[in-house]
Design a protein around this ligand. Structure first.
Ligand SMILES: Nc1nc2c(ncn2[C@@H]2O[C@H](COP(=O)(O)OP(=O)(O)OP(=O)(O)O)[C@@H](O)[C@H]2O)c(=O)[nH]1
Ligand SMILES: [Mg+2]
Length: 646
């Protein structure tokens, strides 16, 4: 499997050790009684993220370019045969996901094509087992995997009207690639989506592979464009050397891949073996490949070195037969190496950044309150040392001073109380603005607009009204976030200045990423529906399906935003709450000490000795906390070193 497999496995191992290190830290906190609900939920979030992390690769192209063969060559050659069906003409009829979920049985799950009429995107039906047909696979028998895969080729014959509703036939399009037969029927895929759950070692490590059908099947399932393909960490766009770059290849590229931002786009020029015609010599062949690569890079406007010439079929054959020289000639390793070198570190970086941020916040809360405790003990020691040999008057004076400090602090606490109620009102407004409930209302209104008219204007108006309402929600959320930030800034500053709490600056929050997602959805909509008038049943059906996919995607965006905002609100409030608690307890203890010494219930020396014990305990804990934290940060840094070496 070369470096791609090794790197994915290594990445899986790294995530597990990181999760272990974070859990060890959390257990220690718990043992020491230093943990609380908010710290615990932070730990859970980190561990969950590390466990759920996936590396996903989508294969997208016109039909017959060799997507499925490439998947066989890269992932399944060890079975010694072709596992994913690959053949002339259209082979893969529905998007197929390959993954492993331990909690589900090994099987292929198939979603019938008729579910498209439900207007519910696949993501919403995903967990509804009653909708799917399940064909089990025996992990011990590769042949059962191959047989299961054959399902993705199955088709059905339906009448033209049904085919139009399902999105496979456009009666108004004279250039339609399909025509009804004599009985007025059209052949359509039997399945809408397939999910293969299989304990392949790489899938077990978190790899997800998405194979898609060609022939603009992507366009009729808007969810692929809106979510599945852009959601993948890498997209492989496949061309065939014997076909060159055709118009329809360009359409797939333009509509589904060129807009994918960031890295993670790979152009594969497959079937280079069609240039080895036995008459040209090796130099001529290499020149011809280089020429084609140049032409592809020009057509797609990608750098030359982003185009990988390979032969998927020869790579599979070479691996099955253990033919090293054919494998070298297939050039598959260059592609796999590039995937391993870029994709895995890129994923690791994203995860590292997330864990680092969450963990730093967690540890600084713990370290912050331990440091505050220590500082207070030192101050007490200082204060009590000053009382040595002093008379009653001085002690009375000191008690009065502490009481004074406490009164001051209580004033601030009333302030804090007022802040808390403004804060929770704001938190509530933020939650209401970005709640599933609010989105549901927008969707309902937009749906009504669309239902009122079956003309393109109404459909488009419905769509725009939904997007405008979402934008307004985001604007309102941004405004509220701004207010909370101002409020917290002032509060942090005043507690630091007046009572010497070590609070630093409150965490910031940006809503930018939600706007970016909305912008992207708008771009896809404009591209697909901007200019055309929607005149035919199939176009209306497609637009409605598009609308439902957008609604589903937005539901996810709202859910994520709601969750992220909630955790930000908690994070911004937590340090102030924990330090205030700490400070309050210390004031009380100081006052008690002076009082007891005054009442001669306790000797000053005994109290000082006790404080010294407390202090060394706290110092020991500070040391241990940073030791546990160091183990986590060492693992996080290990990543950077590996990167530097690569
Ligand atoms: N000569 C040659 N043929 C190839 C190569 N890769 C794939 N093919 C052939 O091209 C045909 C199409 O391959 P598939 O893997 O089914 O292509 P696909 O892109 O998955 O096509 P759809 O599933 O129909 O969208 C099959 O007959 C393959 O054997 C290659 O590297 N060289
Ligand atoms: Mg295929």
């Amino acid at each position: 499997m070369g470096s791609l497999g090794e790197r994915i496995a290594e990445y899986g191992g790294w995530r597990r050790s990181l999760a272990d290190a974070v859990l060890r830290y959390a257990h220690w906190l718990d043992d020491e009684g230093l943990s609380d609900a908010s710290l615990l939920s932070r730990v859970e979030r980190i561990v969950e993220r590390l466990g759920k992390e996936r590396v996903s690769i989508a294969f997208v192209a016109e039909f017959s370019r060799g997507k499925s063969e490439l998947i066989n060559a890269i992932f399944f050659s060890r079975f010694g045969r072709r596992i994913v069906p690959s053949g002339a003409g259209r082979t893969t009829m529905c998007p197929t996901e390959l993954l492993y979920e331990a909690e589900r049985p090994s099987a292929i799950r198939l979603l019938p094509i008729e579910t498209r009429l439900l207007d519910a995107p696949v993501s919403e039906l995903r967990d509804d087992d009653s909708r799917w047909e399940m064909r089990s696979i025996d992990p011990q028998v590769p042949d059962s995997l191959r047989r299961a895969f054959e399902s993705v080729q199955e088709t059905l014959w339906v009448d033209a009207a049904q085919a139009a509703l399902l999105g496979f036939y456009d009666e108004g399009d004279p250039a339609s690639p399909v025509r009804p037969d004599e009985q007025g029927r059209i052949e359509v895929p039997r399945w809408r989506h397939a999910i293969v759950n299989w304990p392949h070692p790489l899938l077990e490590q978190g790899l997800v592979v998405l194979d898609t059908p060609g022939l603009n099947a992507i366009g009729s399932e808007p969810e692929l464009t809106l979510k599945l393909i852009p959601g993948c960490d890498a997209v492989l766009f496949v061309l065939a050397a014997d076909a060159g770059v055709t118009m329809s290849d360009l359409v797939v590229w333009r509509d589904h891949i060129s807009t994918k931002h960031g890295s993670g786009r790979y152009v594969v020029l497959n079937k280079i073996d069609s240039l080895w015609d036995g008459l040209k010599d090796e130099v001529q062949i290499q020149l011809e490949i280089a020429r084609q690569v140049g032409s592809v890079s020009q057509h797609l406007q990608v750098p030359n070195d982003r185009v990988y010439p390979v032969s998927a079929q020869k790579a599979l054959l070479a691996r099955v037969n253990g033919d090293a020289s054919l494998l070298k000639r297939s050039r598959i390793s260059d592609l796999e190496y590039a995937l391993g070198r870029e994709l895995v570190p890129q994923q690791r970086d994203i995860v590292r950044e997330h864990v680092e941020r969450e963990f730093t916040e967690l540890h600084s809360l713990v370290a912050g309150s331990l440091a505050a405790r220590r500082r207070n003990l030192v101050e007490q020691q200082f204060e009590l040392n000053g009382l040595r040999g002093k008379n009653r008057g001085v002690m009375d004076h000191m008690a009065a001073r502490i009481r004074g400090e406490r009164e001051e602090f209580e004033k601030s606490l009333r302030h804090l109380q007022a802040l808390r109620s403004v804060f929770s009102r704001h938190a509530q407004s933020i939650h209401e603005t970005i709640s599933a409930h609010s989105l549901k209302r927008h969707v309902r209104i937009a749906r009504e607009t669309m239902r009122r008219s079956n003309f393109s204007i109404g459909l488009r108006e419905g769509m725009s009204s939904l997007l405008a309402a979402v934008r307004a929600d985001l604007d309102e959320t941004t405004r509220l976030v701004g207010e909370v930030s101002t409020l917290m800034n002032a509060m942090y500053r005043s507690f630091s200045a007046e009572h010497g709490l070590a609070l630093g600056n409150p965490a910031m929050f940006s809503t930018q990423r939600y706007y970016a997602e909305l912008d992207r959805i708008e771009r896809v909509q404009r591209r697909q529906f901007g200019a055309i008038t929607l005149a035919t049943t199939s176009q209306w059906a497609l637009m409605r399906r598009f609308f439902e996919s957008v609604a589903a995607r937005l539901r996810e965006v709202y859910e994520i935003a709601d969750r992220e905002l909630e955790s930000w609100l908690r994070a911004v409030m937590a340090p102030i709450e924990s330090q205030v608690r700490e400070y309050q307890a210390q004031l009380k203890r100081r006052l008690e000490t002076v009082r007891r010494v005054l009442d001669a219930n306790e000797s000053l020396e005994a109290r000082l000795a006790e404080i010294e014990r407390e202090r060394s305990l706290v110092e020991q804990r500070i040391g241990l906390a940073s030791e546990y934290a160091r183990r986590v940060t060492a693992l996080l840094a290990e990543n950077a070193e590996t990167l530097a070496r690569a």
